[in-house]
Design a protein around this ligand. Structure first.
Ligand code: PLP
Length: 330
């Protein structure tokens, strides 16, 4: 069987950072469990977390396909749209976002920085009622550009695509590196899921590497059935790329938030917990992803009777905190 490194080395990659450290979180630990956190947030500022791993293979693919304009689909606070906008500018590819704008407030948070980074280009804003048509709108924009002789690619929400999946596989390899560096072994790994691409790549990467850790996936957007079906689809993609036939042994389970359900930023007491966690541990988390993981993972670990070393993957995205200054002030 060919190694994961060897499979990945066939794929063109940008040299974006891909090594993040882990450290202990005594604040969460007790006699049964030692908690650690993997600081993917330290991989960058506007370009951090699991996204920068995805982009390391997505950007070279766009360059190879000679894409001139990238149509970026996402919410107006999207980390994916903001980070990609910057990396595309660097490469001379024009970013053209189509954004969900549920409320007509003045721009703040990531939306402000998306608008400022675009310069002359204006994003296309869609209201909630129009959003179900976003794929059709993107497709017709792509066709219109093609008529004008411009090659355009459509990047779905969260870069949920094969060219980004390969970069996301680097997370599993980096966790092995962390284990080597610290001489420890993680029994459990927690990660949050928006589209679920990074979580799927983590589970499959660990399976490929015969790592025994059980991955617990906090589903924010997803339903369990869809996640399982998509995981099977990504497994087939990986097997084809790596030229293997054997089914991988995958060790994971999915769970929903026990506190606030759904894909909404944390509010009230739970937003306050983010501040408390930062003041106790020195680690800021965001109200959409990592801030939910640090609150939900200890509850799930207790419910599941987990023991040993538990790693929480901090998936980054801290620039979205700029959109919450008023709420944090009160
Ligand atoms: C996009 C994103 C996620 C979710 O990644 P998926 O691969 O879509 O599940 C998690 N955390 C942050 C900060 C993100 O920007």
């Amino acid at each position: 069987m060919i190694s994961l490194e060897a499979s990945l080395s066939q794929i063109p990659q940008e040299d974006y950072p891909k090594h993040s450290r882990v450290h202990a979180i005594p604040f969460l630990s007790d006699e049964k469990r030692n908690f650690f956190i993997k600081r993917e947030d330290e991989l960058g500022f506007f370009t951090s977390g699991s996204k920068i791993r995805k982009w390391r293979t997505l950007i070279p693919a766009l360059i190879q396909e000679r894409v001139e304009t990238a149509i970026l689909i996402g919410s107006c606070q999207s980390n994916n749209v903001l980070g990609l906008t910057l990396l595309l500018k660097e490469k001379g590819i024009k970013p053209l976002p189509i954004l969900l704008l549920p409320y007509d407030h003045p721009p703040q948070g990531n939306r402000l920085f998306i608008e400022l980074s675009l310069g002359e280009t204006k994003p296309i804003y869609l209201k909630r009622a129009e959003w179900s048509n976003v794929d059709v709108i993107a497709k017709s924009l792509q066709e219109k550009l093609a008529d004008e002789g411009v090659k355009a690619a459509i990047i779905p929400e969260g870069s949920y695509m094969e060219d980004a999946f390969y970069g996301a596989l680097t997370l599993a390899l980096d966790i092995l590196q962390n284990e080597k560096d610290h001489g420890i072994h993680f029994d459990h790994i927690f990660i949050d899921a928006g589209t679920g691409l990074q979580a799927a790549a983590l589970i499959l990467g660990l399976g490929f590497l015969n790592h025994k850790a059980r991955v617990s996936v906090l589903l924010l957007h997803e339903d369990k059935e869809r996640f399982k079906n998509e995981l099977a689809r990504w497994e087939a993609v990986l097997q084809k790329k790596a030229g293997i036939k054997k089914k991988l042994t995958l060790n994971f389970h999915t769970f929903f938030p026990k506190g606030q359900r759904g894909f909404k930023p944390l509010e009230g007491k739970r937003l306050k917990n983010i501040v408390h966690f930062a003041s106790q541990t020195g680690v800021w988390t965001d109200p959409l992803y990592s801030g939910r993981l640090i609150q939900e993972a200890p509850l799930e670990a207790q419910e599941e009777g987990m023991q040993g070393n538990v790693l929480l993957v901090h998936t980054g995205g801290l620039s979205s905190l700029f959109g919450f200054q008023d709420a944090l002030n009160s």
